[in-house]
Design a protein around this ligand. Structure first.
Ligand SMILES: Cc1cc2nc3c(=O)[nH]c(=O)nc-3n(C[C@H](O)[C@H](O)[C@H](O)COP(=O)(O)OP(=O)(O)OC[C@H]3O[C@@H](n4cnc5c(N)ncnc54)[C@H](O)[C@@H]3O)c2cc1C
Length: 464
């Protein structure tokens, strides 16, 4: 027996065989345990930095399986984590020596084109919703990588190309079905369990396992105007200034992100990715300043099917590579921040690493901060260095670079952070994600999860 399989065996034997056998019988889905052939592939998540060893992985097939899995965690006292798309940067969807409740087999999405709503199961990916709704010329806000978990993204907020026009993903929830810590199946909406509905819209996985979300949809596409403009490094300062000015003045239809990148030949560059949620000709006019104010090295803006656009970034973030990032919100991008980036970015140890500005504002900012748990609505951009590499021996310099880049941007930050971009950064940073909403969230946590069963997340502790 190898050292690793001896460790796996020890873990498995901590669980009563009879308990596990009874759990397996009650489940329509299936279990994977240490020692099973597929255990090591089943414990992988998107970020290759994460190396956790759960005691048991339960692949749920339906809400009844979710109820059974929560009951099993309560009965055995095992720690529990909830996994859908597996994209959490800190690997919160896994736990050592505990139960992983996996939703990846619950991915169906059905669209009601008359009502302009979509009903998505708790394990759906962004692409599942984008594809199903675009079949009817509809869409709602999701994120920018199509293989991210839809509900995981939504529960933390959900920042994406349609956010400035239609609000965050969580602002587009009509209702949700939740299995609570006591095993009850609850509906949350403006009229049912309105306090839970408030908490779910930004409060992450703290309040239960969400088995279904009904989203509001909006007409879009199928073709949209979008793409990136690449500016030479010698124009990097000017390109970032252009981005700062253009994005702040942009109408809600425009969503523009900027990134410091390294091109395949090794040259550094600035990329501005822009999207227009409206007629193509209108978009051409609206995006013109990006083309005329500064001559780009490459102009990749054109008409593209929305579904294709939503997949276009996937290859930059392949499953299993190593990733580290640290994010903060900014209200403006001042010249001093741009100057700092001119020194910071070239110091990145990996040419695949990026510094990203993801635009928010617009409709997101017009919703009052107390209307849902998501708090940092006054930001203009989410700013974060992203380290991407493959060799574990290079972990230290890559983590150190992104941490230093974050620190260098701190003087310009709001002190707020997007909960879905948080790593293992401690309780103060979770509070920074919720600001004045934190106390209400903690009181609702006490009501819906008093024993903190759902704690493998950016945890809000229950208080009176
Ligand atoms: C490459 C990449 C691109 C991204 N782009 C964006 C973006 O454009 N916009 C954006 O807003 N975010 C983005 N994110 C962040 C993303 O929103 C979070 O990583 C989110 O947690 C992903 O959800 P998941 O289901 O894939 O993750 P998982 O790791 O499976 O789950 C993360 C946590 O979400 C909770 N959770 C997930 N599903 C459920 C459920 N059904 N019920 C209860 N709790 C649940 C659990 O607490 C779990 O620990 C991106 C992440 C990556 C890695």
């Amino acid at each position: 027996m190898t050292m690793a399989s001896a460790r796996d065996f020890k873990r498995k034997s901590r669980l009563e065989e009879t308990h596990v056998a009874a759990f397996r019988r009650r489940l329509s889905g299936s279990l994977v345990l240490p020692g099973d052939d597929d255990y090591h592939s089943a414990r992988r998540v998107w970020n290759g930095m994460i190396d956790k060893r759960p005691a048991i992985i339960a692949y749920c097939a339906n809400p009844a399986d979710v109820v059974e899995s929560i009951a099993f965690a309560r009965e055995t006292g095992l720690p529990m984590a909830v996994r859908a798309g597996g994209h959490n940067i800190a690997g919160k969807s896994l736990c050592d020596d505990g139960l992983v409740l996996d939703l990846s087999r619950m991915r169906s999405v059905t669209v009601d084109p008359e009502a302009r709503t979509a009903r998505a199961e708790g394990g759906a990916l962004l692409a599942d919703l984008d594809v199903a709704s675009q079949a009817h010329g509809l869409a709602t806000t999701t994120g920018v990588n199509s293989d991210t978990g839809l509900v995981g993204l939504t529960l933390g907020g959900g920042i994406g190309r349609l956010g400035r026009k239609h609000g965050l993903s969580c602002d587009n929830i009509v209702s949700a079905e939740v299995v609570a810590a006591d095993g009850q199946i609850l509906t949350a909406s403006e009229s049912d369990n309105a306090d839970l509905f408030w908490a779910l819209r930004g409060g992450g996985g703290n309040f239960g396992v969400v088995t279904e979300v009904v989203y509001r949809l909006h007409p879009l596409g199928p073709a949209v105007l979008a793409g990136s403009l690449i500016y030479r490094w010698r124009d990097a300062r000017a390109a970032l200034r252009l981005y700062a000015e253009f994005s702040v003045a942009a109408p809600d239809e425009i969503s523009a992100d900027a990134a410091l990148v390294t091109l395949p030949g090794g040259d550094r560059a600035v990329s501005i990715s822009a999207f227009y949620a409206g007629p193509l000709e209108e978009g051409e006019r609206a995006l013109q300043p990006l083309r005329s104010a500064l001559t780009p090295l490459e102009d990749r803006i054109g008409a593209i099917p929305y579904v294709e656009l939503q997949r276009a970034g996937d290859a930059t973030f392949p499953h299993g590579d190593r990733f580290f990032w640290k994010a903060q919100f900014l209200r403006t991008i001042p010249d001093a921040a741009i100057d700092a980036l001119m020194d910071i970015y070239p110091a990145a140890p990996s040419p695949r690493s990026l510094f990203v500005f993801q635009q928010v504002g617009g409709a997101i900012a017009r919703m009052p901060a107390e209307q849902s748990a998501y708090a940092n609505r006054d930001a203009a951009v989410d700013a974060f260095p992203v380290s991407i590499w493959t060799d574990p021996a290079q972990d230290e310099p890559n983590v150190a670079w992104a941490s230093a880049a974050y620190e260098a941007m701190r003087p310009f930050g709001t002190s707020g952070v997007y909960v879905n971009n948080l790593g293992d950064e401690g309780e103060d940073r979770v509070r920074a994600a919720y600001g004045a909403n934190y106390l209400r969230l903690a009181a609702l946590k006490r009501k819906f999860d008093p024993t903190n069963l759902f704690r493998a997340n950016q945890n809000v502790r229950p208080v009176d």
